[in-house]
Write a protein of this length. Sequence first.
Length: 217
Amino acid sequence: MGLDDITRRVHAAETAAGRESGSVMLIAVSKVQPDDRVEAVLEAGQRIFGENYVQEAQGKWPGWRKRFKDVSVHMIGPLQSNKARAAVELFDAIHTLDRISLARKLAHQIGEQGRNPQLFVQVNTGDEPQKAGVLVDELPGFLDQCRELGLTPEGLMCIPPEDENPVPHFRMLRRLADENGLALLSMGMSADFESAIAEGATHIRVGSAIFGERDYG
Ligand SMILES: *Cc1c(COP(=O)(O)O)cnc(C)c1O
């Protein structure tokens, strides 16, 4: 547990997979965590964070960005279209582009604001009805539509079904990225980031293993 331990495990998993040290970006998922825990991780040198809620991120990050240089904040939660403006203002990357109405809003805001967050398309690899994400069969068409809007998705993201072995989902995401000419893979969380690294993750999203359990109460 803790940042040092996770950083060591990331490096060990990179080495075990025959991958270059530092090739995996560790996103520290700070959603819902108390400020003192996040500040401790900032003080320890971590600069890349993940958030799930636009409003929460709006409250927390402008202040920390002033105090800690070179912070980047990644949106990893479901994004409502009416939050597209704030999302483009706030985030350096958005991992949850999952529908064309959102793509249109983001394209508009990117044009207006002259900002260019890195984009990942979320894929519903488990074909789960309640889960966000583009269906596997619809991915190539969705990417074409995004590109027609002037967007340049650089990678794919998935959240495997909770009760399944995540590895087949990681493999599927990697295959889809290869087939569609995308370089980046956002996959792996506290419980499974080492297998995600073995399967080619370029971005892992780790919350509770760094900060401790989240208290939603
Ligand atoms: C909360 C969250 C994470 C981090 O989960 P942990 O199990 O705490 O590591 C990663 N990805 C997404 C999309 C999340 O919502």
